[in-house]
Design a protein around this ligand. Structure first.
Ligand SMILES: Nc1nc2c(ncn2[C@@H]2O[C@H](COP(=O)(O)OP(=O)(O)OP(=O)(O)O)[C@@H](O)[C@H]2O)c(=O)[nH]1
Ligand SMILES: [Mg+2]
Length: 555
C-alpha cells in the first residue's frame, strides 16, 4: 500500500488509512476527476482541516496523495513518469482549497515548473461537500500575454472538459511548435541576456551570444533581454520570471537555457534544479563551440583541458543534474570519449592532458626554432572572430583554409610562405580569432598557440567594418594583445569587408588608424595592402637585421 506524502503530523491512524485508500481510485480518461473522488477529497480535507491533493496520471491512476496545511501544499520532487511521451510530465494536480479561494499564484507556478497536464482547485464547502472548481492548463502558445487558461464551474459535474482530448491536443500542438521548419535536428535554445544599467551594451552582447549559439549549431528559439537593477544571487532573476521562462521553453520546444553571463557553479545548480532545464553560460557555450571546431591534436588537447578545468569546481558527486551540466550542447568533449564526470578521474585526466600537451608543445618548439633559423619575417593575421582573417590568408597565399560565416571557424594556426612582387618572401600565419571576455580557461589553454604571436614581426589586425560593433571588437583585440604582452609589436590595421560598407566610412577609419581598407573577397582591392605590407616589413627587417630584406636599389 502506498503512503500518503506531506504533512501527516498528528493524523490519527484511521485518517491515514482513509488517505491511503485514495490510491485505489481510478479516473476515467475523459474526466478531470469523478464526482465521488471529488467528494472524498473534500470530506477528508474538511475533516483534517488541511489541503489534500492528488496527482493523477494519464491512465487515470492516482500516483500520489499529498497532504498540506490549511493554506497550501508542497509537491514532492516528481520523477519523470515512465511511458509518458511529450513535453508535459503526464500528471494533473487536483487539490482542495478550504477558504474558497481561486487558483493561487503558487498553483500556477506549480503548473509551469512541474509541467503538469493541469492544476485544479476544489472548494471545500462547510460540512465537507465539494463546491466550485477551477482548472488551469498551459497554452501551447501565449495568447494576449497569457500562458495558461482557466476553466471554472460551480460544481465538478458541470465542468465541461474532455480531459483526454485536451491533453492529447495540447501535446500535439507543443510537439508541432517544437518541430518548427528550418531547424530540423538542431537543439533549440532560449538565450537570456541579463542587463544592468547599460541596455545597449547588453543588446549587443546578446546579439553576439546569438551568433555564438548559431555557430555552435543551436537553433535559437528566443533571445530575451532581462533588465534588472539588482541580480538575485541565487537565480539571477526572480522566481516568477524564471517560471515564465520555463513555460516559454516548453512552448518553444526547448530544453536549454543559455545565459549571457558568467554563472557561478551554484547559480547553475539552483537554476537547473528550479527549472529542470539544461543551463549553460556564455563560457560553456564558447567551450563547446571550441570543442566542436578543434581539429589538430594540440587544439583538441587544449580545449579538453579548458573543459575539464571549467567542470571541476562544478562537480557535486554523482547525480542527475550533473549529467545535464556535463552534457554541454553536443554532449561531447573534444576527445574520443565523453567527459568523465567523476572528480578523481577528471583530475587524472587533467594530468594526462598536461603531459600530452607538454609533449606536443615541445615538438612545436622545435619547429619554431627551425623556422627562426630560416629567419624569414613572420606576419601574423589576428583579429576578432569572423573578421575575415582566413579569407584574407587564402587570398594572399592561395591556401584553402576553411573560411565560413560562423564564429571560430579557425582554431588551429596555419602558416604559408608569401612571395612579394620583388621576389622577397615572408611567412604568413592565420590564427584563432579573438572575442571579448574570452573565458580565462580558454585564454590559458590557447596561450601556447598564441605564443606563436611572439615570433611575429608584424601583426595584421583584420577588422570587419561591416559589423556594427567593430569599434568594440577592435578594442577587445587590443585588450587581449595587451594581456598577452604583445603591445610593442608593430600592427597594421586592415579594415575588411569594404564591399559591404559606405566607402567613406572605410576611408575615414583607414586614415584614422593609418590602416588599409580592403575586401578580402575581391583580389583587386589587395595591391595597396601588399605594398603597405612590403614597406612595413622592410622597415622591420632593417631594425632586426635581416639584410637580404633591405630594399635593393635596383628593385
Ligand atoms: N562581404 C564580404 N564578406 C567577407 C569578406 N571577407 C570575409 N568575408 C566573409 O566573412 C565570413 C568570415 O570569414 P573568415 O575568413 O572565416 O573569418 P575569420 O576571421 O577567419 O573567422 P574565424 O576563423 O571564425 O575567427 C565568411 O563568410 C567570409 O566569406 C569581405 O571582404 N566581404
Ligand atoms: Mg578563420
Amino acid at each position: 500500500m502506498e503512503r500518503p506524502l506531506g504533512n501527516l503530523l498528528g493524523l490519527k491512524h484511521q485518517q491515514v488509512r482513509q488517505l491511503e485508500r485514495l490510491y485505489r481510485r481510478k479516473v476515467p480518461p475523459g474526466e478531470l476527476v469523478t464526482p465521488e473522488l471529488a467528494r472524498q477529497l473534500t470530506e477528508i480535507s474538511w475533516d483534517l482541516h488541511r489541503q489534500v491533493g492528488l496527482l493523477v496520471d494519464r491512465t487515470g491512476a492516482v500516483a500520489c496523495v499529498i497532504v498540506g496545511d490549511a493554506k497550501g501544499l508542497l509537491i514532492p520532487e516528481l520523477p519523470r513518469m515512465r511511458g509518458v511521451k511529450g513535453r508535459l510530465k503526464g500528471l494533473r494536480l487536483i487539490h482542495t482549497h478550504l477558504d474558497g479561494s481561486p487558483l493561487s499564484h503558487d498553483d500556477l507556478m506549480d503548473l509551469a515548473l512541474l509541467r503538469l497536464d493541469a492544476v485544479a482547485a476544489l472548494t471545500v464547502n462547510p460540512g465537507g461537500l465539494p463546491g466550485a472548481v477551477e482548472m488551469a492548463h498551459l497554452l501551447p502558445q501565449a495568447e494576449d500575454g497569457r500562458n495558461w487558461t482557466i476553466l471554472k464551474a460551480d460544481h465538478v459535474t458541470r465542468l465541461k472538459v474532455d480531459f483526454d482530448m485536451l491533453v492529447t491536443s495540447l501535446e500535439e500542438e507543443l510537439a508541432r511548435v517544437g518541430r518548427a521548419d528550418g531547424d530540423a535536428g538542431r537543439e533549440r535554445a532560449i538565450l537570456i541576456g541579463v542587463s544592468g544599467k547599460n541596455r545597449a551594451a547588453a543588446e549587443d552582447s546578446l546579439a553576439e551570444l546569438t551568433e555564438l549559439a548559431q555557430s555552435a549549431g543551436l537553433a535559437v528559439a528566443a533571445a530575451i533581454l532581462q533588465q534588472r537593477p539588482r541580480f538575485d544571487p541565487r537565480f539571477l532573476m526572480g522566481k516568477g520570471r524564471l517560471s515564465e521562462l520555463v513555460i516559454q521553453a516548453l512552448q518553444a520546444g526547448s530544453d536549454l537555457l543559455v545565459f549571457d553571463a558568467e554563472l557561478s557553479p551554484s547559480q547553475v545548480r539552483s537554476i537547473t534544479d528550479f527549472t529542470e532545464l539544461k543551463v549553460i553560460d556564455r563560457t560553456q557555450l564558447i567551450l563547446d563551440l571550441f570543442a566542436q571546431r578543434a581539429r589538430s591534436r594540440e587544439g583538441k588537447l587544449q580545449v579538453e583541458m579548458a573543459q575539464v578545468k571549467y567542470l571541476l569546481p562544478r562537480l557535486r558527486g554523482r547525480d542527475d543534474a550533473l549529467s545535464r551540466l556535463t552534457g554541454g550542447i553536443g554532449g561531447r568533449g573534444p576527445g574520443e570519449t565523453r567527459l568523465e564526470i567523476d572528480r578523481r578521474r577528471l583530475q587524472e585526466r587533467l594530468q594526462r592532458l598536461q603531459e600530452e600537451l607538454n609533449r606536443v608543445r615541445a615538438e612545436r618548439r622545435v619547429r619554431r626554432g627551425l623556422r627562426r633559423r630560416h629567419r624569414l619575417p613572420v606576419l601574423s593575421i589576428i583579429g576578432y572572430t569572423n573578421a575575415g582573417k582566413s579569407t584574407l590568408f587564402n587570398a594572399l597565399t592561395h591556401a584553402a583554409v576553411p573560411a565560413e560565416d560562423r564564429l571560430f571557424a579557425t582554431l588551429d594556426p596555419t602558416s604559408r610562405r608569401l612571395r612579394f612582387p620583388r621576389e622577397r618572401e615572408v611567412i604568413i600565419t592565420d590564427t584563432v580569432g579573438f572575442i571579448r571576455n574570452l573565458p580565462k580557461n580558454l585564454l590559458e589553454a590557447f596561450k601556447a598557440t598564441l605564443e606563436e604571436l611572439e615570433d611575429a614581426d608584424l601583426l595584421i589586425h583584420v577588422i570587419d567594418l561591416s559589423n556594427p560593433r567593430f569599434e568594440e571588437q577592435m578594442a577587445a583585440v587590443d585588450h587581449i594583445l595587451a594581456s598577452l604582452g604583445l603591445t610593442d609589436k608593430p600592427v597594421l590595421k586592415v579594415f575588411n569587408k569594404l564591399d559591404r560598407v559606405d566607402p567613406r566610412l572605410a576611408a575615414l577609419q583607414a586614415r584614422l588608424h593609418q590602416g588599409v581598407a580592403i575586401s578580402a573577397l575581391d583580389p583587386a582591392t589587395l595591391p595597396p595592402l601588399l605594398t603597405r605590407l612590403e614597406d612595413q616589413v622592410s622597415q622591420v627587417a632593417q631594425t632586426i637585421g635581416l639584410h637580404h630584406w633591405a630594399p635593393t636599389p635596383e628593385a
